[in-house]
Write a protein that binds this ligand. Sequence first.
Ligand code: HEC
Ligand code: HEC
Ligand code: HEC
Length: 131
Amino acid sequence: MRDRGLILGGLALFLGLITFPLWYNLAAGTTAKGPDPKRPVQEKNCVEPVAVMRASHMDLLVDWRDQVVRRSEREFTAFDGRTYSMNLTQTCMKCHTSKEEFCDRCHNYAGVKPYCWDCHIDPKLLERTKG
Ligand code: HEC
Ligand code: HEC
Ligand code: HEC
């Protein structure tokens, strides 16, 4: 069993290497970084509870579009009783004022690229082009 030390040493090195990201983060006091979307500070509630929004905002948006375009229905009653006009740019982007710091941060992180902005215009962008 002359190789025992070598094997144990190799094993320790191997374990150290594969767990490197774990203890490196622990030592640096950080955890795996998420996309960190910037939530509105001036408002408390979204149009649905935050967990619902996080998981299903795409379905909600498509539903809003269908209501508006197919049924000429524009009013939406939120879970907290407030009412909103079903509108991507004028309602969502009124609270979530920065597409870059909110929508894009998550979408870049998740690797999705909603095509909605081919037609709908980010109000901020419109402001900028007006100069
Ligand atoms: C080819 C152009 C085009 C694309 C792409 C598009 N839309 Fe629209 N959308 C429209 C038009 C035109 C209307 C009708 C506007 C109205 O009647 O107020 C509309 C209406 C809507 C509305 C309701 C009113 C409003 O202006 O917000 C929502 C919500 C909506 N779209 C969401 C989306 C979402 C979400 C996507 C991406 C998944 C998307 N749209 C992609 C053209 C487009
Ligand atoms: C009245 C202001 C307001 C409107 C309108 C609004 N939001 Fe929100 N939204 C918020 C707030 C505030 C939060 C954070 C809520 C919380 O922390 O409980 C939030 C959270 C979210 C989240 C989850 C973010 C996260 O960090 O997990 C998504 C996604 C979202 N909103 C998308 C939308 C979309 C899409 C629309 C339009 C259909 C919309 N919001 C309309 C205020 C709004
Ligand atoms: C908390 C993170 C997060 C935030 C904030 C967020 N999204 Fe998303 N969004 C996602 C994820 C993740 C997906 C992909 C979900 C999937 O593919 O199942 C997605 C998908 C979508 C889709 C469907 C795209 C497709 O091609 O299927 C639309 C439309 C959309 N988001 C609109 C918005 C808008 C508008 C905002 C800003 C008001 C926003 N999202 C903010 C995480 C987020």
